[in-house]
Design a binder for this molecule. Structure first.
Ligand code: KG4
Ligand code: ZN
Length: 352
């Protein structure tokens, strides 16, 4: 058993993520990510949403194997690990506890430091895993199934939330509208796929709070507008099978355009006001092709920098947790006596 090894630039880090419905483990050798194994719990789609108790059980069943796979893929042995990073929140408490306890167990067994990492902090830095020049100061748009927030990130570990959703998260809006259209869960990608073949100008849906000067979002108006539109245009009595397929691409493209428009306009406005010319978009919805194209367009015409994670790094994964955890351990942050706990608390905002 190794004891109290010092963690340095070339050390090996194991990262674990289990906050929601992905069990994931990644290995960093120095600053290079050698493996990032993600196992998604697809069975939740049978229930139309995530069932927390089932998520925790599935994490318990798969975590040892996923960690083992990440170690094997990185071509190291568990004894080589010099430090461990683990997500401790926000997320589903039972799911988080599985990863946290597993990390603590390994930390005790191998005598290596364990560092707790905030899930949102991980998302914010997910692009940086692959891009060395992705460094603060930047503006980060975090858009996922549970979060829609614009952060000003002046430096590492400094997060200033500038605006957030007042109701549904962007991913939640995608998922709920997808459900109205009869798609499975999660529906964001399905809307994205149909939108590629549709006309975004076919229908006009509301862009909540787009003209208001603050950076908050609201997607509940859009949701209601789409529901009302569907009830009016495609009443159940006349369309018992649901919306005819020929209308789906245009509806999806128009819904996506409404969501993307608000996200893009508000993020660009915040960056302009802060005088920052680097933008990071991250979280599950950052995989959206419409959002990526629009943000590429908005930033390139201003000659700003845009960082978007590859698709694997957009959704929940341990690679992003490892990136932050490694920096934290190098900065001397370690959970003394493994005295950390999991919580659903949002990112702790530090203001300079
Ligand atoms: O980050 P994530 O994996 O989990 C959370 O922490 O929430 O994000 C999942 C969300 C879901 O709402 C899903 O529908 C959405 O990301 N999503 C997308 C796309 N791919 C995933 N939304 C729009 N377009 C996509 N291509
Ligand atoms: Zn996430």
């Amino acid at each position: 058993m190794k004891k109290n090894k010092t963690f340095h630039e070339d050390s090996i880090l194991l990262a674990i993520e289990s906050s929601c419905d992905e069990t994931s483990a990644a290995v960093f050798v120095g600053k290079t990510v050698k493996s990032n194994v993600v196992s998604s719990q697809y069975f939740h789609k049978n229930y139309g949403g995530i069932v927390p108790e089932l998520a925790s059980r599935a994490h318990i069943e798969s975590i040892a194997q996923i960690v083992q796979m990440s170690i094997r893929e990185a071509d190291i042995s568990i004894e080589d690990v010099d430090g461990i990073a683990v997500t401790t929140g926000p997320g589903l408490i039972g799911a988080l506890a599985v990863g946290a306890q597993f990390a603590k167990g390994l930390g005790l067994r191998y005598g290596v430091p364990v560092v707790p990492v905030n899930h949102i902090e991980g998302h914010i830095y997910s692009s940086c895993v692959e891009h060395d020049d992705c460094q603060p100061p930047f503006v980060a748009l975090v858009v996922s199934g549970g979060h829609t927030t614009i952060f000003h990130v002046p430096s590492f570990e400094e997060y200033i939330p500038i605006g957030s959703t007042r109701d549904d998260a962007a991913g939640e809006a995608f998922d709920k509208i997808a459900k109205m259209l009869g798609f499975g869960y999660p529906g964001g990608k399905i809307i994205d796929d149909f939108a590629r073949q549709g006309n975004p100008l076919a229908y006009t849906f509301p862009r909540g709070m787009i003209h208001e000067s603050h950076a908050d979002f609201s997607f509940s108006g859009l949701k209601t507008a789409v529901r009302t539109f569907l009830q009016k245009e495609f009443p159940k009595e006349q369309f018992p099978q649901g919306v005819p397929i020929e209308y789906i691409p245009d509806i999806c493209a128009s819904v996506q355009a409404a969501i993307v428009d608000v996200l893009a306009v508000k993020t660009i406005r915040v960056a302009k006001e802060l005088g920052i010319q680097t933008i990071v978009i991250t979280g599950g919805v950052a995989a959206n092709s419409g959002l990526r194209a629009r943000m590429t367009d908005e930033t390139s015409k201003r000659r700003w920098k845009l960082f978007t994670p590859s698709l694997l790094l957009c959704t929940d994964n341990a690679g992003m947790i490892g990136y932050v955890g490694r920096k934290k351990i190098l900065n001397g942050v370690v959970a003394e006596n493994l005295d950390f706990t999991v919580s659903s608390q949002a990112i702790r905002a530090k203001r300079s």
